[in-house]
Write a protein that binds this ligand. Structure first.
Ligand SMILES: [Cu+2]
Length: 339
């Protein structure tokens, strides 16, 4: 089994990598390659001790001079980081866009406070994690698969309590298909230049890059094919949440699904005369009352969210009712999704 799956991995496109190209703020694109530091080549970083693990770089040449744009982002805003296979790929016309679907692994977002988001240097900063999607327990969906479901645009919420000012937003995908030995795991990341406005006064605990990741981390050196992964530990620190907003108070998402099998009857009648058997089976299954209730502080009523769309989470104001065939499931205090 392991051998067969490894062949599948080897057969996937050798250079089907990915780049975070575009930041969205509260549903509005900030422009392709605007306010983002990106390389000319979409390759991975594999050395977690190199400075390229911070905001990409050697062996992938970063395009300079960097964008002069610093993107204003309200504290509490929902951002989306949009990924593409190459700088020119588009979802739907490139079967490895936003990324080769075999590049399974987590999707992660960090922030680092910085004096000036247009400064060249990215070293010596303190980073904190604001979002992660590893392998969701229960549904077994990798972050990368989820990225596909979302057509390359992954959401995160800027914590409302962090101080206003300039930050680097580091969006990251770790592809684990070659991660059974180290170096192997492929780290893809770009940094966006943002300015948080209307923030608070809580300074999150931070980690360093390089430093936060080690080749021995169970989420970095791992065979994702065998034995089957049931629990995946995303590398780096825990996701920071503002004090008092653990998700249970400001945003509660409950999902209630009731499937009732009201009548299941099997009737077998066998009539034997000489050597003839006649069997009649009648099976009736009736599923009723599939109810999804999602409560958010402010929500649009009447609208229905499509399958795989967002249906809840802190700060979310869109539709909370899922299209038939899907139910609203909470994956974090920040994100619930129609699955
Ligand atoms: Cu690749």
């Amino acid at each position: 089994m392991k051998f067969a799956l490894s062949l599948v991995a080897l057969a996937s496109p050798a250079f089907a990598h990915t780049i975070f190209t575009t930041l969205w703020v509260n549903g509005v694109s900030q422009g392709a390659l605007n306010g983002v530091r990106y390389p000319s080549y979409d390759g991975p970083v594999t050395d977690v001790t190199s400075n390229s693990i911070i905001c990409n770089g050697d062996p992938n040449p970063l395009i300079t001079p960097f964008s002069k744009t610093v993107i204003d982002v309200p504290a509490g805003a929902t951002i989306q980081h949009e990924w593409h296979h190459t700088l020119t790929s588009q979802f739907g016309s490139d079967n490895a866009d936003p990324i080769d679907p075999g590049h399974l692994g987590p999707v992660i977002v960090y922030l680092a406070k910085v004096p000036d988001a247009t400064q060249t240097s990215v070293t010596g900063l303190g980073w904190f994690k604001i979002a992660e999607w590893g392998l969701e327990n229960g549904c077994g969906v990798w972050g990368v698969t989820q990225l596909w479901n979302l057509k390359g645009k992954f959401p995160a919420v800027i914590p409302s309590c962090i101080p206003s000012g300039n930050y680097f937003l580091r969006a990251e995908i770790i592809a684990l298909h070659p991660a059974s030995t180290y170096p192997g795991a492929q780290f893809y990341m770009e940094c966006a230049q943002i300015n948080v406005v209307g923030g608070g006064s809580v300074s999150p605990p931070t980690v360093s890059f390089p430093g936060a990741y080690h080749g021995s981390d169970p989420g970095i050196t791992i065979d994702i094919y065998y034995p089957p992964v049931t629990n995946y530990t995303v590398p780096g620190p825990a996701v920071f949440t503002c004090p008092g907003s653990d998700g249970s108070s400001t945003s509660s998402s409950t999902s209630t699904t009731t499937s009732t099998t009201t009548s299941s009857s099997t009737k077998s009648t066998t009539t034997s005369t000489t050597s003839t058997t006649s069997t009649t089976t009648s099976s009736t299954t009736k599923s009723t009352s599939s109810t999804t209730t999602s409560t958010t502080t402010s929500s649009a009523s009447g609208a229905t969210q499509t399958k795989y769309g967002q249906c809840g989470g802190q700060g979310y104001t869109g539709p909370t009712v899922c299209a038939s065939g899907s139910t609203c499931k909470s994956s974090s205090p920040y994100y619930s999704q129609c699955l």
